[in-house]
Design a protein. Structure first.
Lengths: 192, 192
């Protein structure tokens, strides 16, 4: 993207567009800055209930911390014999997808000079629990399919709003991971 | 799993093991009960910040609601020009993985009569942001790899604790989705 030839976009939709474009150009010149590592630490609470904290991450050549330590829990619902103290792990996947695509829409609309007034989405994931319950080896453990439907309102025709969604999908980290998969290694070590 | 031939396991680790086993046997006899749909509804707040709510889901032959409406936000960190009002979408993926595997460990340990005293895990995901920033088409948008390391303490030898982790991994919905991928459809409709 060669932004030098275009007039700079002003901040819009709560996105500091000039800084975002400058950041992209800066990283383009120093690819090592693009290497990030995100982290979560989880502790079991009781039954199927556990809590993760998310604070530190690395990237842009150094270590960073969120402005505060974020935490969230997960649990199984009562119909699956959990205590329902939090959303289920598979609902967190839907949350990750919606927040990723919506953040992209915010950034991309700002970069294209489109003022958004409302963005809503509705995610559904279908799963046959015979997999995780160990009832059938022919049923996968995870979702069979996921769908997300957006409603986007802004000062652009529907075709342009749809193009913004399409670009958000094309550059979504979570959409990529969910649709293409990623290698995950699981290990156990003695408490330190 | 034929539990009739074994003495029933008592509740353990906060898991109502007899009810869990009965539930599995009941669903085994009526596979349609295993069809679940989980949902999240998301609303854009500002910039890259949005909030999801998770309340209703279907399964076990009917509609259900969590004991309360759960909500959570997502945002981009300041180093990526976000407001850092919440964890990033890709951190939510790590949270989903940790809570899923940990819930499995709680259930499986109870079913095997192992009393857990502590379960902690540490998840890391490595990502090259040249993908999502549109700098390189040869770099994927999502994580390159994810690793999760567990520390498990309980009244069983390390080998048995490791087997419990292995079974949790083998029956994890989130591990399956992350490693194998899932079809995701994205659509847009007019506000209703």
């Amino acid at each position: 993207m060669n932004v030098q030839t275009r007039p700079p976009r002003p901040p819009l939709n709560g996105v500091d567009t000039p800084t975002l474009i400058n950041t992209i150009n800066f990283v383009a010149g120093q690819p090592d800055l693009a290497k990030f590592q995100f982290r979560a630490a989880n502790e079991w609470l009781d039954g199927t209930n556990s809590r993760s904290t998310m604070l530190g991450f690395s990237g842009a050549g150094g270590e960073h911390k969120h402005v505060k330590s974020y935490s969230a829990e997960g649990d199984h619902p009562t119909v699956l014999c959990g205590a329902d103290r939090a959303p289920t792990p598979v609902e967190w996947l839907l949350h990750a997808l919606a927040t990723c695509l919506t953040a992209g829409i915010g950034n991309i609309a700002a970069a294209r000079g489109v003022k958004l007034t409302r963005v809503r989405s509705f995610v559904e994931g279908n799963i046959d629990l015979r997999g995780i319950l160990g009832i059938s080896d022919e049923v996968r453990n995870g979702y069979r399919d996921i769908s997300i439907r957006f409603e986007i309102e802004g000062d652009a025709p529907p075709e342009k709003l749809q193009q913004i969604l399409e670009q958000a999908r094309a550059r979504s980290a979570v959409f990529d991971v969910l649709t293409n998969g990623v290698p995950v290694s699981v290990s156990v070590s003695r408490a330190q």
